[in-house]
Ligand binder design. Structure first.
Ligand SMILES: [Zn+2]
Ligand SMILES: [Zn+2]
Length: 168
């Protein structure tokens, strides 16, 4: 016998189209290679979906949520500048503004101004990149439109266009 009917697709195929299996009477699986491959692939997708669902469920539990949130909080505390750059990018997209600056560029800028808040002159505060011309008023997100302010002064300035860089 050199042919065999596949139990999956029902086609008659030569034995070479079946995987060998020592426990089968004729030494070959009852499903052809193609059907077997399709089955393995389907199982894999199913497993992937199961896993994704499992992750989703897991992330729903309060403990897990707390964990993820505290991770995020820790990251924000550890890298406030990175967060500020991210937020600025998000706002840039929101206002369809142009330009981009990096954490590195902002650090250099802060250094150039002596790492002080340009409004209140405090040094022991964490500085945040403020848009001289607010994005909402057509300002860009390039480093040329950025000045370091402390969080308090940044809130105070809000959406006014005030260039503190000239005062230094
Ligand atoms: Zn088949
Ligand atoms: Zn300040």
């Amino acid at each position: 016998m050199s042919c065999k009917i596949c139990k999956g697709c029902g086609e008659q195929k030569v034995l070479g189209d079946f995987y060998r299996h020592p426990q089968m009477r004729d030494g070959y699986l009852n499903y052809c290679k193609e059907c077997k491959k399709a089955e393995i692939k389907a199982n894999r997708t199913l497993k992937k979906e199961h896993y994704a669902e499992y992750e989703r469920q897991r992330n729903q539990t309060e403990k897990r949520k707390d964990f993820l949130y505290s991770n995020l909080k820790r990251w924000r505390q550890k890298y406030p500048e990175k967060l500020a750059v991210q937020l600025a990018r998000r706002r840039t997209r929101k206002f369809l503004a142009e330009g981009d600056f990096t954490v590195e560029e902002f650090r250099v800028l802060c250094g150039e101004y002596g790492n002080v808040c340009l409004r209140c002159g405090q040094t022991d505060v964490s500085l945040t990149p403020d848009h001289v011309i607010p994005l909402s008023l057509g300002g860009g997100n390039g480093i040329g439109n950025i000045q370091p302010l402390c969080v308090k002064c940044d809130c105070w300035k809000n959406i006014k266009t005030v260039d503190y860089r000239t005062a230094i």
